[in-house]
Unconditional design. Structure first.
Lengths: 243, 285
């Protein structure tokens, strides 16, 4: 088996077989394979376990503290550690499902929900933090503005996967100055602006000015302006500076 | 030549090193938690360091096509500082994570009572989390420290096969070998161990349970010493397969015992890894 690159087809049989071959658990793995399904990224999700964990977390929300870190290895994970922002990863979907279960389990108790979410982020590795950020948009009704500080934390990093994850629908709750800085940071660190929720609707004159200044600085240095920046540049300015 | 460096402190290395390592064949590594050259003065410093090991550094390595894993522990030097020892209570949070493949570096620095206490406690944690342990051996009074290490491992009831005793040399290798533990060798430009001495040890006692690392950090060290050792092995008549065993399959076998390897990186050529100990395994069963 060769899984030499991200996105290579990792079939259900080969993945289950490779895992099973590690030790005496192969029989269990093979049985488990039958209830796994393929997902878009060509890896598999153990849905029975996922459903069981969601039910468990709804009943006892504190269980998420140990389930969330273990979710990738126990339920499903896209092979490899991709540095690409916005890459679809199975473990992200799995962890967001656990977060939604947490939201159901703590319905009507937004402060406790917020505390659990903050701890998952605080003690999470980069993958766990990314999943928390990706789930915030769908927890927004329950959690309100309580987790905006997590966006600020992620936006201070230079990990484009975290920056991208922070710019989903929950980023609507960033104040205008922070949101503009975040969009500009996306241009800087190479997060595609298609990953920024509602960027076209929210872009204002001040953002356009900032992007124009950024483009001018790039051109002055003889460097390319990212294609993502072009839609924000007024056409006349573009022509003038290029002539 | 594919290389898994089982002990290298990438936080103190540059991106040039990552590029040179990839070019030399390094596709995977383990970064053990250790001190920073400058002593820490609070538990919070450890938390930020551990977060970097499971966060930023893993991302940095992935940009260069290298699978980054780490080990987590209170190191022996700082086990002597009461401002640092409460970090022991936080370790379980990190020992549960993907990519955390051992408890380490634990062991002795100055052979104090505090060091022994922290060492024993962390051997218990290794058992509790079913993780291997990476044990640092002291620079001073090395043979006595190595013997004491093996006594503590036995007393803790940890399987010798779940332990690597590191920074060994000609004087300390045999006691570790006889105990059945894994033997780690740090190949340095001019101290600990060099490629030719390493080859001599391999010729004398064989390839099994041997891990060869660069242990490169912020001191005078070289992240390409693993490759140099592979080349010295070939020059001495070892086969490509022998080199692959020492530089790739052995570390995969040892750290594969954690069930937490993240080895499915581009170019890692999983098809040929040792005994299937290649993929992230679940902890069930």
């Amino acid at each position: 088996m060769n899984m030499s690159s991200e996105g290579d087809r990792v079939g259900l049989d080969t993945l289950a077989g490779a895992r099973g071959s590690t030790d005496g658990r192969s029989a269990g793995r093979a049985a488990g394979a039958a209830r796994r399904r393929r997902v878009e990224t060509n890896t598999v999700v153990d849905e029975l376990t996922l459903n069981a964990w969601c039910a468990e977390i709804e009943t006892d929300p504190t269980r998420i503290r140990t389930r969330f870190p273990a979710a990738a290895r126990e339920i499903g994970r896209t092979p490899g550690t991709s540095p690409e922002p916005g890459a679809e990863r199975v473990e992200d979907d799995v962890r967001v499902s656990l977060l939604l279960a947490l939201g159901r389990g703590l319905a009507g108790d937004p402060d406790t929900l917020s505390a659990e979410v903050h701890d998952l982020y605080r003690f999470g590795d980069a993958d766990e933090r990314r999943a928390v950020l990706l789930g915030l948009g769908r927890l927004a009704d329950a959690i309100g503005d309580r987790a905006v500080d997590l966006l600020h934390d992620a936006l201070r990093t230079n990990d484009p996967r975290l920056v991208a994850a922070a710019m989903g629908t929950y980023a609507a709750r960033l104040d205008p100055a922070a949101w503009r800085q975040a969009v500009l940071k996306c241009l800087f660190v190479g997060v595609p602006l298609r990953l920024v929720a509602g960027v076209e609707d929210r872009a204002d004159d001040e953002l356009r000015r900032m992007v124009a200044d950024y483009a001018a600085e790039r051109r002055a240095a003889g460097r390319e302006v990212p294609a993502d920046a072009l839609p924000f540049l007024p056409a006349p300015t573009q022509t003038t500076r290029e002539s | 030549m594919r290389i898994f460096d089982p002990h290298i402190h990438m936080s103190s290395r540059t991106t040039d090193d990552y590029e040179a390592m990839y070019a030399a064949g390094v596709r995977a590594l383990v970064e053990p938690a250790f001190w920073l050259g400058q002593p820490r003065t609070s538990v919070d410093s450890f938390v930020d360091y551990f977060d970097a090991l499971v966060g930023w550094e893993r991302f940095r390595a992935s940009q260069f096509g290298i699978a980054h894993h780490c080990t987590i522990a209170l190191n022996p030097k700082e086990a002597n500082d009461p401002r640092c020892t409460p970090v022991l209570d936080l370790l379980p949070r990190y020992l549960a994570k993907d990519g955390v493949v051992a408890v380490g570096e634990v062991g002795f620095d100055s052979m104090t009572e505090d060091e022994e206490k922290a060492f024993s406690r962390q051997l218990e944690l290794a058992r509790e989390f079913a993780l291997p342990a990476m044990v640092h051996t002291p620079h001073r009074d090395k043979l006595v420290g190595t013997r004491r290490t093996l006594d503590l491992v036995e007393a803790a009831g940890v399987e010798p096969g779940m332990v690597v005793v590191d920074h060994l040399n000609e004087v300390t290798v045999d006691v570790v070998d006889e105990a059945g533990a894994w033997m780690g060798f740090s190949i340095y430009p001019d101290t600990k161990m060099d490629p030719d001495r390493m080859v001599a040890i391999l010729q004398r006692r064989g390839l099994d349970r041997v891990l060869v690392n660069s242990a490169a950090d912020w001191g005078r060290s070289d992240p390409l010493r693993t490759r140099a050792t592979g080349e010295a092995m070939l020059a001495a008549g070892f086969t490509e397969d022998d080199v692959d065993r020492v530089l790739w399959r052995n570390p995969v076998e040892f750290f594969g015992q954690s069930g937490r390897l993240l080895l499915d990186v581009p170019g890692a050529d999983l098809g040929a890894t040792y005994a299937g100990n290649s993929l992230l395994r679940g902890e069930r069963g």
